[in-house]
Ligand binder design. Structure first.
Ligand SMILES: NC(=O)c1ccc[n+]([C@@H]2O[C@H](COP(=O)([O-])OP(=O)(O)OC[C@H]3O[C@@H](n4cnc5c(N)ncnc54)[C@H](O)[C@@H]3O)[C@@H](O)[C@H]2O)c1
Length: 253
C-alpha cells in the first residue's frame, strides 16, 4: 500500500533510545530520510549508523530540545539538507524524579517541564514554521497515559504530558486548513531504558508494570513507532487533534 512516507523527511527527537530510535528506524525502513535529533551524541550517532547500515538515509544533529537555539539550528540544517520537513515526532522526554506533589522540588519541576512540555512546544514552533513555508506536514507529539490520567508521585511529568495533549489539540485547530495535521500518541508502559530506570532494574517492579496493562505485558517501542508512522501516512489523512492511547488497554479500565 502506498503510504506517502517514502522519499519524505522525518525529524525524530530523542531518537537515540527506546521509542525514538524505534520510530527513526521505522521511518527509514518506510523510505523516509531521517533527522536524528538527540542530545546524547553517542546514542544519536548509533541510531544514524543503524539507519545507514539498513540502507537508509539519516543525519544526526546534536539537539537539546530544552534549548530553542539548538532546535532552530536543527530545523534549519534539516531544511537545508532535505528541502523541508514533512513529518516530526516530538518524542524527547524525561521522567524526572519521583516524589509526591508536596515534595516535588522546583528544580525537578522546572527540568521536567523544560524538556517534556516546553521542549515539545519549542520543537512545534520551528517545525510548523518550516512546514508552513513549504507544503505542510504532520506533527506527532509523544504524550503518555500520564497525559490522560493522574499517576501518584509524578506531578511534573503528569502535568507536562497533559500539557502536551492540550498543545496538540490547539495546534491541530490552528493549522487544520494549512495542510498540517497534529496528533499525539499516549504510550502505556513501554519497555525502554526509561522504564528500566523507573523500575530500578528490579524484575518485580518490571513485572508489576507489565501487570498494569489489561494485556498483561509491557509494550514494545516498535508498537508505538507503527502508530506514529500510520498517523504520518496518507491513510490517516482525516486524523488531526487526536490524542491516542497505545497502552495494551490501560485506559479502557
Ligand atoms: N517508556 C514508556 O513507558 C513511556 C510511556 C509513556 C510515554 N513515554 C514517552 O516516550 C518518550 C520516549 O521515552 P523512552 O521510554 O523511549 O525513553 P528513553 O529514555 O529510552 O529515551 C529518551 C531519549 O530522549 C533523549 N532526550 C532526553 N532529554 C532530551 C533533550 N532535552 N533533548 C533531546 N533529547 C533528549 C534521551 O537522551 C533518550 O535518547 C518520552 O517522551 C516519554 O515520556 C514513554
Amino acid at each position: 500500500m502506498e503510504t506517502g512516507i517514502k522519499g519524505k523527511t522525518a525529524v525524530v527527537t530523542g531518537a537515540g533510545s527506546g521509542i525514538g530510535r524505534a520510530t527513526a528506524l521505522a521511518f527509514a525502513a518506510a523510505g523516509a530520510k531521517v533527522v536524528v535529533a538527540e542530545k546524547d551524541e553517542a546514542s544519536g550517532k548509533t541510531t544514524m549508523q543503524m539507519i545507514q547500515a539498513q540502507g537508509g538515509e539519516a543525519m544526526f544533529i546534536m539537539t537539546d530540545v530544552a534549548k530553542a537555539g539548538d532546535v532552530e539550528l536543527m530545523l534549519a540544517m534539516a531544511e537545508q539538507r532535505f528541502g523541508t520537513v514533512d513529518f516530526a515526532f516530538n518524542n524527547a522526554g524525561v521522567e524526572g524524579i519521583s516524589s509526591p506533589t508536596h515534595e516535588c522540588s522546583a528544580s525537578n519541576w522546572d527540568q521536567t517541564m523544560a524538556v517534556d512540555l516546553r521542549g515539545t512546544w519549542i520543537c512545534m514552533k520551528s517545525e510548523i514554521a518550516t512546514m508552513l513555508r513549504h507544503t505542510g506536514g504532520v506533527v506527532v507529539n509523544c504524550s503518555s497515559i500520564a497525559g490522560l490520567v493522574g499517576f501518584e508521585g509524578m506531578p511534573a511529568y503528569v502535568a507536562a504530558k497533559h500539557g502536551v495533549a492540550g498543545l496538540t489539540k490547539t495546534a491541530a485547530l490552528e493549522y487544520a486548513q494549512k495542510n498540517i495535521r497534529v496528533n499525539a500518541v499516549c504510550p502505556g508502559v513501554i519497555h525502554t531504558a526509561m522504564v528500566d530506570r523507573v523500575a530500578g532494574n528490579d524484575p518485580a517492579a518490571l513485572a508489576s508494570f507489565a501487570a498494569m496493562a489489561p494485556m498483561g505485558r509491557m509494550g514494545k517501542p516498535e508498537e508505538i513507532a507503527s502508530v506514529v508512522l500510520w498517523l504520518c501516512s496518507d491513510q490517516a489523512g482525516y486524523v488531526t487533534g487526536a490524542v491516542i492511547p497505545v497502552d495494551g488497554g490501560y485506559m479502557a479500565r
